[in-house]
Design a protein around this ligand. Structure first.
Ligand SMILES: NC(=O)c1ccc[n+]([C@@H]2O[C@H](COP(=O)([O-])OP(=O)(O)OC[C@H]3O[C@@H](n4cnc5c(N)ncnc54)[C@H](OP(=O)(O)O)[C@@H]3O)[C@@H](O)[C@H]2O)c1
Length: 344
């Protein structure tokens, strides 16, 4: 049994973390820490959770203690830098849902997030927690940088190809769509219902802060081909939909490509390889990542859907917690008995 602190527990991803922790068989107790909402009751803050979780007072981050075994941090970019070093120095496990520790190099962080990094040494000692990719070894790591929502979708879609065919990849184009919850709960005019209802728009074209994170992870597998990443806002609250086009130097058979994906994800609990392009509604409110791959001559099209708040954040974070402690990765997230691993 462990005790958990959820820092930033009153935000969108924080709410999901509370739900997962309250139903997790090995989480004994948890405390919520936040900024402005400190002092309020959780039930007043999340009336929809009455009857689903126990009521509790929201604590201030200023009163953060080292009483917990593991801390989830779900704060806006830049804020984790204030808490991670002391938590790690006190021997605590930390899973940071934000972008402060995902990049390996502080200069890249400063370019992408416009903050100076105050604990660059920890960038080298963290693990990048793409929980569904089969190679991660969690031993000896205290700090897990939980991947960004878009990088989760892109990397789970592309890594199997890059790992197996990188020398044959000419270009990759990722066209991604996200619901408005991807920006968190802070109100901005462009995310208002009156702006987004009936609307779709591209944003941060050629400048999204997640692109360096994606390229960093792809480069580790030998990727150095041409890459583009274009993000759009969708008039829905939740979900990421991604279409990735991969152009190869030579034609390939679909059997070979399918074999690669089946092999990489053969033991995965949360990747569902689909025989038709997935729909957003199939994954919203779940920790699944649905992937369909189609091949025609030299072109591979991958369509992918995830819930940005769950697979792209809190569900993956709880999966990472399960892996840190050597528990079944599905604990608290999925009724494993129901899972059918076959392609459907
Ligand atoms: N939303 C997504 O789809 C998504 C996906 C992947 C990763 N992430 C990352 O996860 C993190 C949290 O995202 P979110 O969408 O849950 O954000 P959010 O809805 O804006 O929530 C932010 C939380 O941080 C607290 N907070 C804000 N400023 C603070 C400060 N100065 N001191 C202490 N607490 C503070 C807020 O509490 P008060 O209001 O009480 O201050 C709230 O609990 C971000 O780094 C984000 O990039 C988000």
């Amino acid at each position: 049994m462990i005790s958990v602190g959820i820092i930033g527990g009153t935000g969108y991803t924080g709410k999901k973390l509370i739900q997962y922790c309250s139903s997790h068989p090995f989480v004994d107790d948890y405390k919520i820490y936040s900024g402005k909402s400190a002092g309020e009751n959780l039930y007043d803050y999340f009336p929809g959770l009455v009857g689903l979780i126990n009521n509790t007072k929201i604590n201030s981050v200023n009163d953060l203690s080292y009483e917990h075994d593991l801390y989830f941090i779900a704060l806006p970019h830049g804020e984790s830098l204030n808490y991670v070093p002391s938590l790690i120095a006190n021997g605590k496990y930390v899973i940071d849902l934000g972008g402060d520790y995902r990049l390996d190099v502080d200069k890249l962080y400063e370019q992408s997030y416009k903050y100076s990094h105050t604990s660059p040494d920890l960038l080298k000692t963290k693990i990048y927690g793409l929980a569904d990719y089969p190679e991660i070894n969690y031993e000896d790591f205290k700090l897990v940088a939980n991947p960004g929502c878009y990088p989760t979708a892109v990397l789970l879609s592309l890594l199997p190809l890059v790992e197996n065919l990188s020398e044959k990849i000419l270009t990759v184009s990722c066209i991604a769509y996200s619901g408005t919850s991807g920006a968190g709960k802070k109100a901005t005019t462009e995310l208002m219902l009156s702006e987004m209802d009936g609307n779709v728009k591209a944003y941060k074209v050629n400048g999204h802060q997640h692109e360096p994170e994606i390229l960093q992870q792809l480069a580790k597998k030998g990727f150095n081909s041409s890459f583009s990443f274009t993000t759009h806002l969708l008039p829905v609250a939740t979900g990421i939909y991604l279409t990735t086009s991969v152009h190869l130097t030579e034609a390939i058979h679909s059997e070979e490509v399918n074999e690669i994906y089946n092999d990489v994800y053969k033991n995965s609990s949360f990747i569902r390889l689909r025989n038709t392009p997935p729909e957003l509604k199939w994954v919203v409110d779940t920790n699944f990542c649905d992937i369909n791959v189609t091949v025609k001559d030299k072109v591979i099209i991958i369509t992918t859907a995830i819930d940005n708040l769950i697979k792209g954040a809190s569900g993956q974070a709880v999966q990472n917690m399960n892996k840190i402690f050597g528990w079944d990765e599905t604990l608290g997230i999925l009724n494993k008995e129901i899972k059918d691993a076959a392609v459907y």
